[in-house]
Design a protein around this ligand. Structure first.
Ligand code: SAH
Length: 250
């Protein structure tokens, strides 16, 4: 009997060919994104080399750049934004919020000087991207988002992408997350009018916090807050930035 279009083997063959074709397409898309990510990392390194950010006597650490080259930013943005995922700019993620510019994510991550055993707290989960980046450098990342649907979506995404070291919750991050405190590093990804005292309390002696401070439409500064071994706190201005505001009833 000749194989015919109705023959079960033919149908199987057709499925196999379609699967191979789509696997090929997926690989091509993955390769393209790998290349775009590598270009994004080169751009971040070039900006960093030329930026002359005061109060910093080194560039962004190679380990941080390497993680920026691995985390799939396109998975953290809505479909219409995917073609722009590897451009060095913030992108809308819904609910009036944004995923931060990759250079700023890299800079903030670098300023935290995260070590492999560290426990890190993030305020402002947003898309979950910054949490995913931090989780590749730390032991554990705890992240809090105030907008429930965003927080839920980010948590599901982080689980789907197997970022298992990240724990999320919905709430007002101004008060931190007492249950898992103290933290080696704290990052706030929304601009506050002042450094929240509960976050200073939840920082370990020797720990570092990076936080944008300033009013919404005025100049905000990225601050590096360091708590020394004796518990005293010092603050350094790093550079002017623009973030969405830290909201809540605090
Ligand atoms: N880190 C995010 C960028 C988030 S933008 C990312 O990688 O995508 C800042 C986020 O902070 C927004 O999602 C906003 O809803 C959230 N936010 C604002 N005020 C907050 C608060 N008091 N507690 C927790 N999250 C807050």
């Amino acid at each position: 009997m000749q194989p015919s279009a109705r023959h079960p083997c033919f149908a199987l063959l057709a499925v196999a060919v379609a699967a191979m074709a789509s696997a090929g397409l997926c690989r091509a898309a993955d390769d393209a994104r790998l290349k775009q990510r590598a270009e994004m990392v080169s751009e971040i390194a070039a900006i960093d080399a030329g930026a002359g950010v005061p109060n910093r006597n080194h560039g962004i650490a190679p380990g941080v750049l390497s993680v920026m080259g691995q985390v799939p930013r396109h998975e953290f943005v809505p479909d219409p934004q995917k073609p722009h995922a590897y451009e060095n700019r913030p992108l809308p993620i819904g609910h009036g919020q944004t995923i931060s510019q990759p250079y700023i994510v890299a800079l903030m991550t670098d300023l935290l000087r995260v070590q492999p055993g560290d426990s890190v707290l993030e305020i402002g989960t947003g898309s979950g991207y910054q949490a995913a980046v931090l989780s590749q450098l730390a032991r554990a990342v705890y992240t809090i988002e105030i907008i429930e649907p965003l927080g839920r979506q980010a948590c599901e995404r982080l689980q789907r992408l197997a970022y298992r070291q990240v724990a999320c919750k919905v709430g007002d991050g101004y008060y931190g997350w007492d249950e898992h405190a103290p933290y080696d590093a704290i990052v706030v990804t929304a601009a506050a009018s002042h450094v929240p005292p509960p976050l200073i309390r939840q920082l370990k002696p020797g720990g570092r916090m990076v936080i944008p401070v300033g009013a919404q439409f005025l100049t905000q500064y990225l601050l590096l807050v360091e708590k020394s071994a004796d518990g005293s706190v010092s603050t350094r201005q790093i550079l002017p930035v623009r973030f969405v505001p830290l909201v809540g009833k605090h």
